[in-house]
Design a protein around this ligand. Structure first.
Ligand code: GLU
Length: 373
């Protein structure tokens, strides 16, 4: 049941489409509806769940304020519209979440932020920090700098990348339809509702998505399925649910019909699989016996336990972790470049700042970024 999935999720990304949020003719935000969404977010937070929002609507809001015509906009018009719309959008979220004493934090991402390792790590760390400080990240594509070749293009996939980046266990895509049908329900009376897709998204499921919508929102069922696929690969469940009613998240909790995409693993196992399977180690860290024992008991690798640093790597690169005999005992993502790792190897965590001149992570390889062989 989707209600149960929502109840047990620890970290949730909610994607809100332009159509739910913005009156396209006036370029205003549907304030009443947004207030009910904010109340739902507050309700989840009060239950101890972390929530990040991925919201569209910058272009839809901004275009009216700039007096841009109806119809398809040129790229630079979209960028200008987004620049003026995003402030208004963020302001609306700030006001409605503020009513519940929740702090909103705007994060604008580009495709590069999810594909370039260093930027990915920065974005991930910032989002994690915001959540741990109790803020609600409000994420959108950085439309003003994203050009056609280098953009996510639609916020469904952006939301899925964000869910993966944050190791979220649930992605909720609020849509103008309550889920996936075997065919377009508006045209085909035999269209069946699909309540659940498990383990993989087959070409047959993809074929059900049909064609896309138009207007300022770029999504459609096609991009929602693509998003569900990305999330599934990252071990996150996706729920596609009807968003336009008030309290869209409480509706899910109350058992409203929606489609679930249930992955095999979870974000932890997916991340570890990714580290173990798809990343090539570009360097190595040799650790002492004490550190090897600590790793085996589930701890992180601290600089104090590192006796040698091999190769040249950047922060966030995968490294092989070897014991004193040179045997690879694990693989992980290094929180420091090889140059910095060499300088702090063998030193206590408390000394890092004095040695490097900045305060980095306590661990050289955090246990979440580590797979033991
Ligand atoms: N980033 C765009 C906006 O805020 C929306 C993209 C989408 O609708 O998927 O207007």
């Amino acid at each position: 049941m989707s209600a149960a999935a929502l109840a047990k999720a620890k970290r949730i990304v909610v994607k809100i489409g332009s159509q739910l949020l913005v009156d396209p003719d006036r370029g205003t935000v549907h304030r009443r509806w947004l207030e009910t969404l904010a109340a739902d977010v507050a309700w989840l937070r009060a239950r101890g769940q972390e929530v990040a929002l991925v919201s569209s609507g910058a272009i839809a809001v901004g275009r009216r304020h700039l007096g841009l015509p109806n119809g398809k906009l040129k790229l630079q018009e979209q960028q200008a519209a987004a620049a003026t719309g995003m402030i208004r959008l963020a302001h609306a979220y700030q006001e409605v979440l503020g009513e519940h004493d929740l702090t909103v934090a705007q994060v604008l991402l580009t495709l590069d932020d999810s594909e370039n390792r260093r930027r990915y790590i920065n974005a991930r760390n910032t989002l994690m920090e915001l959540l741990s400080l109790g803020a609600v990240p409000l994420i959108n594509e950085n439309d003003t700098v994203a050009t056609d070749e280098i953009r996510f293009g639609d916020n469904d996939r952006l939301a899925a990348r964000v869910a993966a980046m944050m190791s979220a266990d649930l992605l909720i895509i609020l849509s103008d339809i309550d889920g996936l049908f075997s065919a377009n329900p508006q045209r085909d009376p035999d269209a069946r509702f699909i309540p659940e897709v498990r383990n993989e998204i087959t070409p047959e499921i993809e074929a059900m998505a049909g064609v896309n919508l138009s207007g300022d929102s770029r999504g459609g069922m096609v991009t929602k399925i693509a998003a569900a696929k990305i999330a599934m690969g990252a071990g996150a469940e996706t729920i596609i649910a009807l968003g336009k009613e008030p309290h869209p998240l409480q509706r899910i909790a109350a058992g409203a019909r929606c489609t679930r995409f249930i992955p095999k693993g979870n974000p932890r196992t997916a991340r570890k699989e990714w580290i173990a399977g798809s990343l090539k180690a570009v360097g190595g860290l040799t650790v002492d016996a004490g550190a090897a024992r600590a790793l085996a008991s589930g701890k992180s690798l601290l600089p104090a336990g590192v006796i040698a640093v091999e190769g040249k790597f950047e922060r966030g690169d995968a490294v092989a972790i070897r014991n004193g005999d040179g045997r690879e005992i694990g693989r992980g993502l290094s929180a420091y470049s090889s140059a910095d790792a060499k300088r702090i190897a063998g030193h206590k965590t408390g000394e890092i700042e004095a040695i490097l001149g900045y305060r980095g992570r306590d661990e050289i390889v955090h246990r979440d970024d580590l797979v033991l062989m």
